[in-house]
Design a protein around this ligand. Structure first.
Ligand SMILES: Cc1cc2nc3c(=O)[nH]c(=O)nc-3n(C[C@H](O)[C@H](O)[C@H](O)COP(=O)(O)OP(=O)(O)OC[C@H]3O[C@@H](n4cnc5c(N)ncnc54)[C@H](O)[C@@H]3O)c2cc1C
Length: 301
């Protein structure tokens, strides 16, 4: 399949499309899981998203797989892809080698993050040989590769759990953009007001970068509660009211999860969001149903 690396640069795609519809997958831990993911990617790529991103295991454990998945999406399916990358627990010289490996594989889109300390070392603190914050990593990537890479960063509509407050968190985001980030993908949230207020807060600070809302369709309510407790996203009374009574009924949860995600995405788009980044959890369904319902039939621009 013909593939033009320059055209896969997300900054180019954003220049041409007011709205993008993109997906996130995570790398598998085993060879069997990886083979299954490649099958799933066939189905996800057939949905023709504008791009697909692949997460990076804490501490870089999944690095090889993340990069393989990104290369696979671009070279086999001809769809732009982005590698997530975290710098926690890597030294600067290790990061240089990792970045050169990424560029050597022809990968041009990077979601640059600090990441969280490894589970077995929750008190890990960066030393002088580490990047302390994602903004330092962003500045380093931009300085080393200039316009040859598109750099995204993580945004937190409700504030990062460790930020003093939402204003302080917005100033951190401004620093990431000043350091060279091109665009933002947000943490999941359920109250769209949190997203729109966040964008407004950023604009007040002079941040003009594209802020793409990340949306998680609820397919497993117990897992959602666990994840939100970790990442600090609020499970709103509305979400509790819908999904709590459905506990133990996976089919009803899936149906309600699709309906909620469609409503949420439509309201985001109607309010001016520049697209949707769907957390697929490596599932073709419900991704297909949601994308089919929210994307204009003629394409995504
Ligand atoms: C869209 C998205 C994708 C993600 N993908 C992954 C993934 O693939 N792999 C993974 O391991 N994790 C992933 N995460 C989780 C992310 O790594 C964690 O949320 C992590 O805790 C923060 O990373 P960051 O890049 O935002 O860190 P930073 O921007 O460095 O911020 C970390 C903390 O430091 C504070 N801070 C930052 N700069 C300053 C400063 N100059 N002065 C004072 N305080 C500061 C911030 O407020 C925040 O509390 C993702 C998150 C999102 C939203």
């Amino acid at each position: 399949m013909g593939y033009n690396a320059r055209m896969s640069l997300l900054t180019e795609i954003f220049r041409n499309k007011a709205r993008t519809f993109s997906l996130e997958v995570f790398p598998a831990k085993t060879p069997e899981g990886h083979a299954k993911l490649l099958e799933t990617l066939k189905g996800l790529c057939a949905l023709k998203p504008d791009f697909i991103s692949c997460t990076y295991g804490a501490g870089g454990g999944s690095r090889e797989r993340t990069l393989e998945v990104v290369q696979h999406i671009e070279s086999v399916h001809g769809i732009a892809a982005m590698a997530h990358l975290t710098c926690v627990s890597h030294t600067r010289s290790e990061m240089t080698a990792i970045l050169d490996d990424i560029r050597g594989r022809g990968i041009s889109n990077i979601l640059a993050m600090r990441g969280d300390p490894p589970k077995e070392q929750p008190d890990w603190k960066p030393g002088p040989e580490h990047f302390k914050y994602s903004s330092e990593l962003v500045a380093y990537i931009r300085g080393r590769y200039q316009g040859d890479v598109a750099i995204g960063v993580a945004g937190f509509p409700e504030g990062h759990p460790l930020a003093a407050d939402r204003e302080a968190d917005a100033r951190v985001l401004r620093e990431k953009v000043r350091s060279g980030a091109d665009f933002v993908i947000t943490q999941l949230f359920f109250d769209n007001k949190d997203y729109f207020d966040y964008v407004e807060r950023l604009r007040r600070l002079g941040v003009q970068a594209r802020v793409i809302p990340g949306v998680l369709p609820v397919t497993d309510y117990a897992a959602l509660l666990r994840f939100c407790a970790l990442c600090g996203a609020t499970v709103t009374p509305e979400v509790r009211g819908i999904f709590e009574p459905l506990a133990g009924d996976p089919q009803a949860t899936l149906k309600a999860g699709i309906a909620y995600a469609i409503r949420q995405c439509r309201a985001l788009l109607e309010g001016g969001a520049p697209g949707i980044h769907l957390y697929t959890l490596n599932r073709i369904h419900p991704t297909d149903a949601i994308l089919g319902a929210i994307r204009p039939p003629t394409g995504s621009s």
